[in-house]
Design a protein around this ligand. Sequence first.
Ligand SMILES: Nc1nc2c(c(=O)[nH]1)N[C@H]1C(S)=C(S)[C@@H](COP(=O)(O)OP(=O)(O)OC[C@H]3O[C@@H](n4cnc5c(N)ncnc54)[C@H](O)[C@@H]3O)O[C@H]1N2
Ligand code: MOO
Length: 424
Amino acid sequence: MEGADRERKEAGFKERTPVDEARRILSEAAVGGESDEPSTGTETVPLERADGRVLAAPITAARNVPHYRRAAMDGYAVRATDTFGASDRSPEVLRIGDRDGAVGPDRAVRVHTGSALPDGADAVVMIEHVEELEDVGELEVDDAVAEGENVAPIGEDVAEGTQLYDAGHRLRPSDIGLLRSVGYDRLEVAQRPTVGVVPTGEELVDTDPGPGEVIETNGLTVSRMVERWGADATYRDVVTDDAESLRVAIQRDLTKDVVVTTGGSSVGERDLLPEVIDDLGEVLVHGVGLKPGHPVCLGIVEETPVLALPGYPVACIVNAVQFLRPTLRWLEGTAPDPHPTTPAVLERKIPSEPGTRTFARVRLEEREDAAADEPAFAATPTRASGSGVLSSVALADGWVVVDDDREGIAEGETVAVQDWESHP
Ligand SMILES: Nc1nc2c(c(=O)[nH]1)N[C@H]1C(S)=C(S)[C@@H](COP(=O)(O)OP(=O)(O)OC[C@H]3O[C@@H](n4cnc5c(N)ncnc54)[C@H](O)[C@@H]3O)O[C@H]1N2
Ligand code: MOO
């Protein structure tokens, strides 16, 4: 064991890097700081396959939407001046013009919602405000319209040449619709990052655990998280705790954009990951000020980030959200996006130490007695500690993050419950 490593073990994580600092160090090593260029490379995909992908270049509208003056209501296209003074008591009488013809003085033309406004028209009277006198080919208008009323002007939705999106924007279904309307059918997007997910630990089995054996859940969970976050996971078989096997397993996945291991990240005799990473490349951070999950080890091997997440399932998940998700975002040339939160009244205090960012899993319940200006939900911690208790995450509705500079949160305080899981 090398001196630095021995010191680390003897110190027993007394020195813990704050989460934000650890993330900064990792982003610097992984992509040279936050960048808006995808380091995974780019590809061109058909528009209908671009949902959830990240734009590799800014997008400018190639045409106006609408590209013609568009009737916004069913009715009659008119010149607004011809309806001036019209009311129930003294309707204006206009002639009904030919459907394909132009609107002229005192001549109205029937239009439908979405149809092109005939030449000469500058407004539409809704069908509810006219009386059609078909036998004489005339129309009574009982409401005046202003110029432009019930008409969508050219470019109202999007004006040609407008920059709609920056590079790094993650596309959603409404973006896909808008982009088709302005003339795109293919887009250049960041390649999805690829991740090798390697569970480690000789006690791990797939099924039928004997005494001392544990069913592998971390690799399975993390690989599902990776897919949900828009990247491609390769879920590897369990690797046993010997340095050579771990080395081979990490090297096998250096062709991926990220390698994630779980287990063996702490200071026990079989916790070999920090040593192996140090051997193959560089340990950037070992021991972070977060709970659960402080024994995480972040490294870099041949330019590939290697994240050695702790084995305890909750610690593993918390670290994946804190470090893996941002890494995938940086690689795609975009920034880590915040999770949506729900305000809630805390039902029981959450203890935590200053210098440690604590993730307290909570359940949400509606408050029947909530006043209009109070949070509509109450948050109850599922468990204050217990980082091996996977159900404390799975059966929770989210978590409350106690910031590094706080010493717990008191009962009755309003907290923001992060839904880190259902949001991609
Ligand atoms: N002397 C110290 N011991 C420990 C410390 C410490 O600071 N000093 N920290 C503790 C904390 S906190 C954590 S978290 C764990 C994390 O350490 P490891 O990454 O080495 O975790 P393992 O020992 O490999 O496993 C812990 C636990 O989780 C189970 N496990 C492991 N992998 C999986 C998996 N893929 N699926 C399901 N369950 C898994 C494993 O069987 C163990 O029960 O270290 C503490 N120790
Ligand atoms: O970090 Mo450990 O997860 O507190 O158990």
